[in-house]
Design a protein around this ligand. Structure first.
Ligand code: DMJ
Length: 667
């Protein structure tokens, strides 16, 4: 007997001559099989083992390879616009707006000095890009079909009057006369009158198509709120934020941030049961006597602002008492050499400090707490709060380092001076500085001239230095000025600006503010409409170069959407002042996209990681408190069509959408 020959190597022979025809192929397969059988068990196991390893590697590396291939093709698509910043390109055709890079011989310097320089011409109407939206994968184990079913298709037919409306837009501002207006002190409970609600919401009267649409939309917002609240109530009750995918919560300050931020929204949406339950929590559970560091700005706009506005809407002193408590606990922040406040306060210990890595505070943060502290002083008749924040305003008003009314992003709490000079943005770290100049002026009855002066100068500064226009569709945008060069980059945060400009124009500021508002509103709308999910990314880059390309590009790192409110906020103002229904329709499209791509079946809505990927938008498992405090509130007010529901002639909204009263002239 011969023992079988053992071979401790693998030999494969591929004969080219056998590679043709069915018969030879069959023979080859047989001989391969014979050879395989001749191999030792060790050899066979080794080969199978190697094949298994290869298979596993293939499976694991496939998604990242796919991602790299996508990134490569994306990169080649956007090559042009990425280089824009470095090539000193002229973003706007000559003669349309003042140039923004000093020293350019093509610039017309007379334009730079002219106040109220003309706004850019209205861009041509954009065609809606073909929808590439598909059903998303939001949760690893999510029930996709549930929210597919909830997705409502946008109305397929647009009314004919829409075009007509475009041409005869009613703009209700009152020219360039700036007058101190008589403020009104509304009775706190007056805003809850049922008569203030649209008639069709009160009874079963037959509905006209427009009214039907309105009811459908406001009810959709209520439903969305309830769904979000269900998630918060079930998985995060009393905590700061809901993590809807993992069905748990996240803590920031440990003060029930979402609950407080949402109080006045529930009141405005007429969600009585939800409101009463939340109120009970405030009454019995909310305590600010806690050894915890809070951010001065965030806790002022969300907690102090939320409590003050809820007090005004309900007349319930519980909320005023809580507002006083948190307001006084935040005061140690102002104990700095410069009177520019620290960024952080320990509300239990009464100590304050800057962030660990710097002695700088953010300019937007120290200049966007004024509406709330001023109101607290008025209500309590205790001047300390207003004194502290007015001092900040006074100092910033006098500071060197501004550029045509535009402010840098940081300010030092020791020297009280701007730092990191040379970069100017209307986005993160500076945004609400501009918003609060106008809104404080309105809050105080249009009497504080320095605020108005700073605001008007800043708007001129925006027009002179920051405006650009895209090459394909001539969209107007607000870029960033970085050491004399315009960077065609815009944060979604900047989309507060159309609303603020419109509010100013409504209150007698120059008419061209409204023209700019209309143009920027279109751009913010396109930041949603041009994305595959219909949702805007956090930051966009505008295409100044390639007329055949897309207007808007997004870097992979900026593709997330945090459920932010700024665009729907501006849509609300634009609709209130123009009555142009296209703004409601744009808001409705956004609402539907939120439902389609961010709604989590078990309750809540989530931030997503990629607005360019409708199949896998990448849920980030976080519902920010401002989704309930701002986004849904503005959507509701946009659709409600009732100018008396939180009238803009009686209230100013703080930067977290909490309405505070415009002071009566006797204040
Ligand atoms: C909110 O907290 C406020 O609107 C703030 O002014 C900016 N950031 C968020 C919303 O995006």
């Amino acid at each position: 007997m011969y023992s079988p020959v053992r071979k401790d190597f693998v030999s494969l022979t591929l004969g080219a001559q056998h590679s043709h025809g069915y018969a030879s192929g069959k023979q080859q397969r047989r001989s391969c099989w014979r050879k395989w059988k001749q191999l030792s068990r060790l050899q066979r196991s080794l080969i199978l083992f190697l094949l298994a390893i290869l298979l596993i590697c293939g499976i694991f590396s496939y998604p990242s390879l796919l991602e790299q291939w996508r990134a490569l093709s994306d990169r080649s698509l956007k090559e042009g616009s990425d280089n824009v910043e470095f090539q000193g390109l002229r973003p706007i055709p000559p003669g349309l707006v003042p140039k923004f890079i000093p020293g350019d011989v093509q610039d017309d310097p007379s334009q730079l000095l002219r106040p109220n320089a003309p706004i850019l011409p209205k861009p041509p109407a954009l065609k809606k890009p073909p929808s590439k939206r598909r059903s998303p994968v939001l949760q690893k184990r999510g029930n996709v079909s549930e929210w597919q079913a909830k997705d409502r298709e946008e109305p397929s037919v647009r009314r004919e009057e829409e075009q007509e409306r475009e041409t005869k837009t009613i703009i209700s501002w009152r020219g360039a006369m700036i007058e101190a207006e008589q403020g009104t002190e509304p009775h706190p409970s007056a805003h809850r009158k049922e008569t203030a609600r649209p008639a069709e919401l009160q009874g079963p009267a037959p509905l006209q198509p427009v009214a039907f649409k309105r009811v459908e939309r406001v009810e959709a917002v209520r439903e969305a709120f309830r769904h979000a609240w269900k998630g918060y109530r079930t998985f995060a009750w009393g905590h700061d934020e809901l993590k809807p995918v993992s069905k748990t919560y996240g803590e920031w300050f440990g003060l029930g941030l979402t609950l407080i931020d949402a109080l006045d929204t529930m009141w405005i949406l007429d969600l009585k049961e939800e409101f009463e339950e939340a109120k009970r929590w405030v009454e019995t559970e909310l305590s600010f006597s806690k050894n915890v560091d809070v951010n001065l700005f965030e806790s002022t706009i969300r907690i102090l602002g939320g409590l003050l506005s809820t007090y005004h809407l309900t007349g319930d002193t519980l909320f005023l008492d809580k507002a006083k408590d948190i307001g006084s606990r935040l005061m140690p922040a102002f104990n700095t050499p410069s009177k520019i406040p620290f960024s952080d306060v320990n509300i239990g210990k009464g100590t304050a400090h800057p962030p660990r890595w710097t002695a700088d505070s953010t300019v937007a943060e120290v200049t966007s707490i004024q509406l709330e502290f001023r109101e607290l002083s008025r209500l309590t008749q205790d001047p300390q709060y207003q004194k502290a924040v007015d001092e900040v305003t006074r100092r910033v008003h006098r500071l060197d380092g501004k550029h045509d009314g535009l402010v840098p992003m940081f300010i030092n709490i020791n020297s009280g001076k701007f730092t990191h000079r040379g970069v100017f943005t209307l986005g993160a770290r500076a945004d609400s500085y501009y918003e609060y100049l106008l809104k404080q002026w309105l809050q105080g009855g249009k009497k504080e001239a320095a605020l108005l002066e700073d605001y008007l100068q800043a708007v001129e500064g925006v027009k002179r230095n920051l405006l650009g226009q895209t090459s394909p569709s001539k969209l107007i945008f607000v870029g960033e000025l970085s050491h004399g060069r315009l960077n065609p980059k815009m944060d979604h945060l900047v989309c507060f600006l159309p609303g603020t400009l419109a509010l100013g124009a409504h209150n007698g500021l120059p008419a061209d503010h409204m023209e700019l508002a209309v143009q920027l509103m279109e751009t913010c709308h396109q930041m949603y409409a041009q994305m595959e999910t219909g949702l805007s990314p956090e930051i966009v880059l505008f295409n100044l170069k390639d007329p055949a390309g897309r207007d808007i590009d997004v870097k992979p790192a900026d593709r997330h959407n945090l459920l932010r409110p700024e665009t729907v906020e501006s849509l609300f103002y634009m609709y209130r002042f123009t009555q142009d229904h296209k703004y409601q329709d744009w808001g409705w499209e956004i609402m539907q996209s939120f439902n389609k791509y961010t709604r989590v079946p078990s309750g809540g809505y989530t931030s997503i990681g990629n607005v360019r990927d409708p199949v896998n938008p990448g849920p980030k498992d976080k519902m920010e408190s401002f989704f309930l405090g701002e986004t849904l509130k503005y959507l509701f007010l946009l659709f409600s069509d009732d100018p008396e529901l939180v009238s803009l002639d009686k209230f100013v909204f703080n930067t977290e959408a909490h309405p505070l009263p415009i002071w009566p002239s006797t204040s």
